[in-house]
Design a protein around this ligand. Structure first.
Ligand code: GLU
Length: 467
């Protein structure tokens, strides 16, 4: 079997969305699985809609996900000469022809066909014309076969057959000399020696035309795998209406790339009942033939679940690096505060996203300005004062570890006849402002004794002022 060559060919008319990312992922996985080559091609022939910002956003998304490409990025806009040459080859071989029909003529013919209940298809006026006027603007049309069928065995969808009579004589070059979309795709895929085209199933209808063009140009036809689309929870095509669809928006919301990749690989593909796949496992197990035929529904809950998993088991040092921008975004500085990696360790057990983790990390760096009144109101002020005095009195050493703190709090409870919750909750409120915080031992060790005592004293003053 020849070497596998696949490509991801986004049009730079927007950011990298999750659907595109999944297509890229499937291509990348297959290339890595089979020792093939993964090519990135930017399809920017639509000059009006393509932007440099979109190209950058796409590259940024790919890099963040770690979908590194082996060749490219190639830009279609750099290949106009190549397309022109192939148009000429087609003309010279009689496989394409010039057509001078004007827009108004075509419009009139289309209307007539509609009125007569026929399919509005180019009627072939110029197909065999030999008297084309030299001076008139022309398009170049593909001399498509009008009988028989064009058929292909899609690796996901099975055999798909189109009757050729339904396919038009496609315009391959416009009057201004620019090539059209389907023609460029074929010339590119052929010149890049692509052996398998994996793309969204919105391109199924382009495939028979493209196959005919491959054949006319004398190029080998690649294999095709059309990936079913992603739907929103209401079963319509996933779009902005359903929330974020941009890969970078997921990064900014605090998702880890490995969680998004793991989520995307399972969207349409399965390997038994397995849910968690590291990059290496995905590469080892991925097979395009196991991609399902039906559309998949995007499920944010599941993505959150996977993200929580990867946060929980993630390397604290790396998580700290990834967390930092989420903290800085809150105008909080970690300078002079506890070591961020230690903070991460106290929070990774429970955070679903890095945003959530950042939100919960803030109290380590900014002492609470306010306290959760409802939580404080569960205790009477005399008890709070007693706790806020007893604990600092006992915190005498500077070097406790978590079990040391736990033991100390047990001791305080025994000495005063308190239950753990009667001490733990007030202290948690004093240290963090609320009750949603890690274990007391973790907080005290992370903040350090000095800062802990300072915060408890501040809370004590707050309660004293209320008395
Ligand atoms: N540029 C096309 C798109 O973004 C992909 C074309 C292809 O993969 O053949 O939908």
């Amino acid at each position: 079997m020849s070497e596998l060559r696949v490509r991801f060919a986004p049009s730079p008319t927007g950011y990298l969305h999750v659907g595109g990312a999944r297509t890229a992922l499937f291509n990348w996985l297959l290339a890595r699985n089979r020792g093939g080559t993964f090519i990135l091609r930017i399809e920017d022939t639509d000059v009006e809609r393509s932007t440099k910002e979109s190209v950058n956003a796409i590259l940024e998304g790919m890099k963040w996900l770690g979908l590194e490409w082996d060749e490219g990025p190639f830009y279609q806009s750099d290949s106009f000469q190549l397309y022109k040459e192939h148009v000429q080859t087609m003309l010279d071989a009689g496989k394409a022809y010039k057509c001078c029909c004007t827009a108004a003529e075509l419009e009139a013919k289309r209307n007539l066909a509609m009125q007569e209940g026929r399919k509005p298809k180019y009627d072939g006026t110029c197909r065999d014309r030999t008297d084309l006027p030299d001076s008139q603007p022309y398009v170049v049309r593909f001399r498509a076969p009008h009988t028989g069928v064009t058929s292909f065995d899609d690796l996901i969808k099975g055999t798909i057959t189109f009757p050729n009579e339904e396919l038009d004589d496609l315009i391959i070059q416009r009057t201004d000399g620019t090539p059209t979309y389907n023609f460029c795709v074929v010339v590119d895929d052929a010149s890049m020696k692509i052996t398998m085209v994996i793309r969204g199933d919105d391109h199924v209808n382009n495939t028979p035309r493209q196959i005919q063009l491959y054949e006319a140009l004398g190029f080998p036809v690649p294999e095709f795998a059309h990936v079913p689309m992603i739907l929103g929870s209401d079963k319509t095509r996933l779009s902005k209406r359903h929330g974020a669809t941009s890969v970078i928006a997921y990064r900014d919301m605090g998702f880890l790339p490995e969680a998004l990749l793991n989520y995307l690989v399972r969207l349409g593909w399965s390997n038994g009942d397995d849910e968690i796949f590291s990059r290496d496992e995905m590469i080892k197990k991925f097979d395009i033939r196991n991609v399902g035929r039906s559309a998949s529904v995007f499920n944010t809950e599941k993505l959150l679940w996977l993200n929580a998993h990867y946060i929980k088991y993630g390397d604290p040092e790396r998580l700290a690096d990834l967390l930092l921008p989420h903290i800085s975004k809150r105008k909080v500085t970690t300078l002079g505060g506890p070591d961020l990696m230690t903070v991460v360790k106290t929070l990774q057990e429970r955070a679903q996203t890095l945003e959530e983790m950042a939100e919960r990390a803030v109290f380590y760096y900014n002492a609470p300005e306010n306290y959760d009144d409802a939580a404080l109101a569960k205790f009477d002020n005399d008890h709070l004062m007693a706790v806020f005095e007893a604990v600092p009195r006992k915190l005498t050493s500077a070097a406790y570890d978590i079990s040391g703190i736990d033991a100390l709090f047990k001791e305080i409870c025994t000495e005063n006849g308190w239950k753990m919750g009667q001490v733990g909750q007030p202290i948690r409120i004093a240290l963090s402002g609320g009750t949603q915080a890690p274990g007391i031992g973790e907080i005290v060790v992370t903040l350090g004794v000095e800062e802990t005592v300072r915060r408890i004293q501040k809370a004590r003053e707050f309660v004293a002022a209320k008395k």
